[in-house]
Design a protein around this ligand. Structure first.
Ligand SMILES: NC(=O)c1ccc[n+]([C@@H]2O[C@H](COP(=O)([O-])OP(=O)(O)OC[C@H]3O[C@@H](n4cnc5c(N)ncnc54)[C@H](OP(=O)(O)O)[C@@H]3O)[C@@H](O)[C@H]2O)c1
Length: 255
């Protein structure tokens, strides 16, 4: 008997973690809808995956910092079983020394778009009584970040929101997983204006490994997952370390 293929939407699939997640889902025989702003990268990925795995892979070009982009994506996306809310970015620097517009765009993408897509496709999954959502947060979700203030705050939102949805939707057959990676060498660092130290590079987990762990955890219906052994103590450390000391350390690390 030939089973019906799952359909997955992956935002931010034109590079980094999202691209690797798309590759893994394709290898699991999922049909894909891949979204980002860079058309050429998406089309190249679509060609690669269609050829290698004989799946359908639809490209949707959209800027998800805008309502127009989000509406366009929602309009073109029907009947998905898996939603991967991965598109996101950060910018390093002191909040008051950077233009506000770009920081508000970060909030639009990391929070607003992710929330609208979770609501829209979560509703559709509830009607079917099944589905999977994975929201990409960060280990930054656990810290307040002088020098990375808005980014850390957006990821704290993603983690808190996803934990709550995990509980709300579990009764309706829909799983929600928050992915909290530490350093992953991707396009993220260039966009953020971030230079990793030697130690940070050593501690980085490759994007394909992060994606593999993420998809395994999502399929098990886990509430949250933090790839990389080195990152695992962070939630406990932040609970037992006084806030003034945390802020001092993060401020030093991010300088
Ligand atoms: N790399 C890390 O160290 C790290 C650590 C923790 C969490 N994360 C999170 O992981 C996620 C993926 O990041 P990454 O590391 O893979 O970085 P990346 O290589 O820069 O990928 C970011 C993706 O988001 C898309 N994107 C950016 N702005 C967009 C917009 N306005 N509309 C639609 N798509 C947009 C990009 O595509 P286009 O440019 O083509 O639009 C790209 O596909 C992000 O949520 C990030 O916060 C990363």
């Amino acid at each position: 008997m030939v089973g019906v293929r799952e359909r997955a939407l992956v935002t931010g699939a034109s590079s980094g973690i999202g691209m690797e997640i798309a590759r893994i889902l394709a290898s699991q025989n999922c049909d894909l809808l891949i979204c980002a702003r860079r058309k050429k990268e998406l089309e190249d990925l679509s060609k690669e995956l269609t050829k290698k795995y004989n799946i359908n892979c639809e490209v949707i070009v959209a800027d998800l910092t805008t309502d127009k982009g989000i509406n366009n994506l929602i309009k073109k996306t029907k009947n998905i079983d898996i939603l991967i809310n991965n598109a996101g970015f950060g910018i390093l620097g002191n909040h008051n020394e950077m233009p506000l517009d770009r920081q508000l765009e970060m909030i639009n993408l990391n929070i607003h778009a992710l929330t609208r897509l979770s609501h829209e496709f979560g509703n559709q999954m509830i009607v079917k009584g099944k589905g999977k959502i994975m929201n990409v947060a960060s280990i930054a979700a656990y810290i307040s970040g002088p020098g990375f203030a808005v980014y850390c705050a957006t990821k704290a939102y993603v983690l808190s929101y996803s934990r709550a949805l995990h509980k709300e939707l579990s009764k309706k057959g829909v799983s929600v997983t928050a992915l909290c990676p530490g350093y992953v060498i991707t396009g993220f660092q260039e966009v953020a204006g971030m230079k990793l130290s030697k130690m940070e590079k050593i501690s980085a987990v490759p994007a394909n490994k992060v994606a593999e762990i993420a998809i395994k955890s999502m399929r098990k219906g886990k509430r949250e997952v933090m790839p990389g052994i080195i990152n695992k103590p962070l939630p406990l450390v932040t609970k037992i370390t006084p806030m003034w000391l945390q802020l001092m350390i993060v401020n030093k690390v991010l300088k």
